[in-house]
Design a binder for this molecule. Sequence first.
Ligand code: RP5
Length: 172
Amino acid sequence: MNKKTSPLVSVIMGSTSDLPIMDKALEFLDQMEIRFEVNALSAHRTPKEVEIFANKAAKRGVKVIIAAAGMAAALPGVIAANTTLPVIGVPIKSSLDGMDAAFSIMQMPPGIPVATVAINGALNAAILALQILSLTDKKLMRKMSDYKQGLKAKIVKANEDLAKLDYNYKVN
Ligand code: RP5
């Protein structure tokens, strides 16, 4: 693969049934103009392919892997076991309120961390990936900083709106 077109972030999901959740991560990466790839792989249904993917990812120029899975979510951990790249895990709520996936992803043995975001926390996974990439890219660092400023603006506006609420005992 041509290095110029190689993805910086690889987004992997256990099934296309995870896509409605993972779409938020893809949207964010797109909006931030981060080259990414998106594929489905399953630790249980395609174990050999997961190993091959994880072994080759760094050589292909990938810097961060986002791996999403539901139920007995082994995918992020198995990927992390086969690469030195940072792996961000997204537990998908598909059974047991997503607790099964959350525990499967976060309870990794010492030596094989998976940075686990909240259940269905796809957007935060993409933001964390951008933060990791921005450590060595000033342009991305600026984008991250602009994004944070945008979050602040939202709360400033919220306080303007709350200030307009009228209650007898509200004193601000
Ligand atoms: C996991 O099992 C997937 O990540 C998905 O969240 C869940 C259900 O998969 P499907 O049966 O919808 O393909 O491996």
